[in-house]
Design a protein around this ligand. Structure first.
Ligand code: AMP
Length: 213
């Protein structure tokens, strides 16, 4: 099974697709955003350092992120993984290649229109277990209003899911993506998937990459 790296603008559905991949293929799901949000919730030293940066929609420093991923990859001991949210800069991509020592991976770029992204940000609700919902999408509604289907906890709106932070996150994405896309395209590892579609159709295309069809 191929390791998978997602590159995507905010609200493109990388979390949702990662959860499906984890359920069906048994991947380790490594979400740097979730790891940082857990650190913020537990008020650890890392959490206190990154809270304001995240709330504004800015990027956490490369050094900190590379260290975080280095530890995580050591912990999962060679199991197949999905990287959801890392790398976000060319520096991070270069560091990742050094850490992976030739492990095989494919890169999936989830392409989304900005207007659709804003709409998704406005409707998104998340659970602390990592599952995400969207009140504007029939297929992504929780069964019970405001409650996670998976663990029963209360759904919340992310601090950075507002139009102001979104703009900063989207700008950051545009600034860095071009270099990342070129880097992975040159390595013949890039797959572009249009995500202005429903979850199931997107998942079918992603599965083709995973299974090498
Ligand atoms: P996400 O859940 O992937 O949207 O990430 C939420 C926030 O966490 C981002 O807006 C950044 O502030 C921070 N973050 C997550 N991953 C990275 C990364 N690889 N590099 C820098 N900042 C990150």
């Amino acid at each position: 099974m191929q390791n998978i790296i997602f590159i995507a603008p905010p609200a493109a559905g990388k979390g949702t697709q990662s959860h499906l991949l984890k359920e069906i293929y048994g991947y380790e799901h490594i979400s740097t955003g979730d790891m940082l949000r857990e650190a913020v919730a537990s008020e650890s030293a890392l959490g206190l350092e990154v809270k304001n940066i995240m709330d504004k929609g800015d990027l956490v420093s490369d050094d900190l992120m590379i260290n975080l991923i280095k530890n995580k990859l050591t912990n999962i001991k060679g199991k197949p993984f999905i990287l959801d949210g890392f790398p976000r800069t060319l520096n991070q991509a270069l560091a990742l290649d050094k850490l992976l020592n030739d492990s095989l991976y494919q890169v999936i770029y989830l392409k989304l229109d900005i207007n659709e992204a804003i709409k998704r940000i406005e409707g998104r609700l998340t659970c602390s277990c990592g599952k995400t919902y969207n009140v504007f999408d029939d297929k992504l509604q929780p069964k019970q209003n405001g409650i996670c289907d998976k663990c029963g906890r209360k759904l919340v709106k992310r601090n950075d899911d507002n139009v102001e932070s979104f703009k900063v996150r989207y700008e950051n994405f545009l600034t860095n993506t071009e270099k990342l896309i070129k880097y992975y395209d040159d390595k013949n590892k890039l797959h572009i998937i249009d995500v202005n579609r429903n979850v199931d159709d997107i998942f079918k295309d992603i599965s083709k990459v995973v299974t090498n069809d």
